[in-house]
Write a protein that binds this ligand. Structure first.
Ligand code: NDP
Length: 315
């Protein structure tokens, strides 16, 4: 049978390119888990995806109720789950004030981290039931949350501190909207959420890999300077960023190529190692990359896991 893969945020950018790449092989049915049904349908059509290779199901990661509803709908569809890709994200670098998710969490961490945390915790059971030979849970990371890299050292740097804001619920009322308890900074909130993504992937690996055989992995697909992720940035930045990445840092990767990299992490028989953060070099070969100290700290990962469980109502 075909493999069955859920990709969150498959309506644009990396998620769409990966969905297309997987669908084209004819070996995968892609469940595009998106908040905007029409946009996704149009995007799938424009990408030339054949109808039998995908389904679209509604998921708004900024609402925990929507996450639970998605899981129910998915189960009712009777489709198996072989691979889950947590790809969707928002980035609000120019926001001066925090905005909040349905449950009142700062929106970047609420969407990118907490929404995906609940989703993957609930769907672990479904992955576990699958009889597919290589079951995987992939969480898209980023270099920007990784302070042992040049890009990760551009201020504001990611820093989760002692997690006091997260523990307080990130609600901007009786706690800070930022994980470390500091003043709101939209770019930092995104980077912090990506550190959480990478920590949670490793915590999944430690807790569940041996018992379930599921591969837990993260990746940095390269700088895809053309995606919608930068839609809220100032116009000058949006004009200069793609050529800067192309010619100066040379970290630029097209949406198509980045999508192929993500598709590789989903399906390549040689990328089954668990607990790994994949990157690519210039010759486009994949390699296991090192994470920064904070993004690979097992004590912090455990704390983020436990606090997040409380926030999403699992503990
Ligand atoms: P895009 O903005 O193009 O795609 C983001 C996707 O997430 C869209 O499909 C968007 O949906 C979706 N999304 C946003 N909020 C929600 C929500 N509340 N519920 C459901 N879906 C939502 O950005 P990219 O393709 O660049 O980003 C994809 C991933 O790649 C992210 O995890 C990002 O951190 C990562 N990444 C990107 C890099 C880059 O250079 N671009 C570099 C490294 C990592 P909608 O279409 O409805 O807005």
């Amino acid at each position: 049978r075909k493999g069955s893969v859920i990709v969150t945020g498959a309506s644009s950018g990396l998620g769409l390119a990966a969905a297309k790449s997987l669908a084209e092989t004819g070996k995968w049915h892609v469940i595009m888990a998106c908040r905007d049904f029409l946009k996704t349908e149009r995007a799938a059509k424009a990408a030339g995806m054949a109808k039998e290779n995908y389904s679209i199901m509604h998921l708004d990661l900024s609402s925990l109720d929507s996450v639970k509803q998605f899981v129910d709908n998915f189960r009712q569809s009777g489709m198996p789950l072989d691979v889950l890709v947590c790809n969707a994200a928002i980035y609000r670098p120019t926001a001066r004030e925090p905005t909040y998710s349905a449950e009142g969490f700062e929106l970047s961490v609420g969407t990118n981290h907490l929404g995906h945390f609940l989703l993957s915790r609930l769907l672990l059971e479904d992955l576990n039931k699958s009889d597919y030979p290589s079951k995987r849970l992939i969480i898209v990371g980023s270099i920007t949350g990784n302070t042992n890299t040049l890009a990760g050292n551009v201020p504001p740097k990611a820093n989760l501190g002692d997690l006091r804001g997260l523990a307080g619920g990130l609600n901007g009322l009786n706690s800070s909207a930022m994980i470390d308890g500091g003043d709101f900074d939209g770019a930092k909130a995104y980077k912090d959420s990506k550190v959480c993504n990478m920590l949670i992937m490793q915590e999944f690996h430690r807790r569940f890999h041996e018992e379930t055989g599921i591969t837990f992995a993260s990746l940095y697909p390269g700088c895809i300077a053309s995606t919608g992720l930068f839609r809220e940035h100032i116009p000058l930045f949006r004009t200069l960023f793609p050529p800067f990445q192309k010619f100066v840092t040379k970290g630029y990767v097209s949406e198509d190529d980045a999508g192929k990299r993500l598709a590789q992490v989903v399906s390549d028989p040689s990328l089954t190692k668990s607990g790994v953060y994949w990157s690519w070099n210039k010759a486009s070969a994949s390699f296991e990359n090192q994470l920064s100290q904070e993004a690979s700290d097992p004590k912090k990962a455990k704390k983020v896991w436990e606090i997040s469980e409380k926030l999403v109502g699992l503990a």
